[in-house]
Design a protein around this ligand. Structure first.
Ligand code: GLV
Ligand code: GLV
Length: 319
């Protein structure tokens, strides 16, 4: 009998067609069933599973998938999966690192620039027919060139963001659980500082750490208060790394000047009040969304699940 692979969302490109040549693919129709319902119905029959970052795969759900051997998360972050529970059931978990690094770094920069120079506000205004002519004080923003960038989390994406700062002659400070090798620091022009120093000195604070128990609410009232009043916070990591209510309060009170967000603490819900603030740029968790990258990610997850089910070693195991 063919092995069965559940795929929790249609993916771009032709990778799923290729997978269906070899496996019994059960593709969820997101309009018909939510992930939990779908997993309840089909989970026990799955040998392999492809999940999205929005699919919670907790210990209870994992225990119900009695014959599951492989889970590939269509994302680099895998905080939605209880990896320890999966491991305890002998399930191999995989993700899609590396491929989305540059794409996501581009996007963090797009958000940084958009917030600094008020691009989204200008677009809304211009569309609404409110551009009535050049004005000396129209949409005054913040200079990026020569400013100080603070990178929290210096993994692949954080490093790729730092590399781009060269062109803007920025001073790049970073904080990471572990300090990077000195050769890499000097190659990337990054200076290691404490989180406190980073928050105090940076004009732009960009978050690139994974979501773990240690990084949940890493940025809350106390940390926001350390930031410069004209600074901008960029979050393309995970929503809960920032205490969203504390951030809203800081923005409303002018504790910080602005924010550019791709992720939200309770996404897809957005804290009430945030949408009303013109000093905030809001994106729909789209940092890795280039066509090429998303198609490559589809190949990565399908090939890795197929590899494990064939008794081979996957390319991107997380445990
Ligand atoms: C995106 O958020 C990812 O983790 O890939
Ligand atoms: C996150 O996964 C990173 O590589 O920075």
């Amino acid at each position: 009998m063919q092995q069965r692979i559940g795929v929790s969302y249609p993916l771009p490109g032709s990778a799923l067609n290729r997978l269906a040549e070899e496996f019994d693919v059960v593709l969820r129709d997101p309009k018909q069933q939510n992930f939990a319902q779908w997993l309840e119905q089909y989970g026990p029959s799955f040998d392999g599973l492809i999940t999205m970052l929005s699919d919670p795969l907790n210990a209870e759900a994992i225990a119900k998938c009695r014959q599951l051997k492989a889970v590939a998360n269509y994302a680099v972050g895998y905080n939605n999966i209880d990896v320890a529970a999966a491991g305890a059931h002998g399930i191999q978990v995989m993700n899609t690192p590396d491929v989305l690094t540059e794409t996501s770094a581009d996007f963090a920069w797009a958000l940084l620039m958009a917030a600094a120079r008020r691009i989204a506000e200008g677009d809304v205004m211009t569309r609404a027919g409110e551009f009535t002519g050049w004005q000396p004080e129209l949409l005054l923003g913040k200079d990026v060139f020569g400013s100080v960038l603070g990178i929290v989390g210096a993994g692949r994406i954080g490093q790729a963001v730092a590399a781009r700062a060269r062109g803007f002659s920025m001073t790049v400070l970073y904080h990471n659980r572990q300090r990077l090798p000195e050769a890499l620091e000097s190659q990337l022009g990054m200076e290691y500082v404490s989180l406190e120093q980073l928050l105090q000195q940076a004009d732009f604070v960009s978050l690139h750490c994974p979501l773990t128990p240690e990084t949940r609410h890493l940025i809350s009232t106390e940390q926001l208060a350390m930031m410069k009043t004209d600074s901008i916070l960029i979050n393309t990591a995970r929503g809960p790394v920032v205490d969203e209510l504390a951030m809203l309060d800081a923005l409303q009170k002018g504790v910080i000047a602005g924010a550019a967000l791709d992720v939200y603490e309770w996404e897809p819900n957005i804290t009430q009040g945030l949408r009303e603030l013109s000093k905030v740029v809001l994106a729909p968790h789209a940092a890795s969304a280039s066509r090429a990258t998303r198609e490559t990610m589809a190949w990565m997850v399908t090939e890795d699940v197929a590899a494990v089910l064939a008794g081979k070693t996957p390319q991107n195991p997380v445990q």
